[in-house]
Ligand binder design. Structure first.
Ligand SMILES: [Zn+2]
Length: 129
């Protein structure tokens, strides 16, 4: 998405192939659902200051196609459904199992590039299997 507005702003684009960083996986996207958050972001209701271009798509499933440093390579080719919530994993809220209350809570497809693409990067912890 390179502009905000109606569905007409969703246009194909060529993007670099993302590389997973430490503790991350790259998922080859097979299916992405339309979450209403995608519509809110596109219409500037959510994250109005989000820099463009941006890749929407919070609800993603696919296959692990690459792993970053520190992630077990046995996870390659595993089918996954991503948890779209991103949190620090270290604060009191996260350690008590309430990561949705993390002061750094973010969502794939809103604060990080999402699954309206061939690939999406996510923390290994977001791809439980
Ligand atoms: Zn946290």
């Amino acid at each position: 998405m390179s502009a905000r507005g109606g569905p007409e702003v969703l246009q194909p684009a060529v993007l670099p192939n993302p590389k997973p960083g430490p503790g991350e996986v790259r998922v080859n996207v097979r299916v992405v659902a339309l979450n209403h958050l995608d519509v809110w972001v596109r219409k500037r209701v959510a994250s109005p200051e989000l820099p463009l271009p941006h890749v929407l798509g919070s609800d993603v499933s696919g296959v692990v196609g690459a792993v970053g440093p520190g992630v077990d390579s046995k996870l390659l080719q595993r089918e996954v459904v991503l948890n779209p919530g991103l949190s620090c994993g270290h604060c009191e809220a996260c350690l008590s199992g309430h990561d949705n209350l993390c002061r750094d809570y973010k969502v794939i497809g809103e604060h990080a590039w999402g699954g309206y693409a061939e690939y999406v990067i996510a923390p290994r912890a977001n791809s439980p299997f």
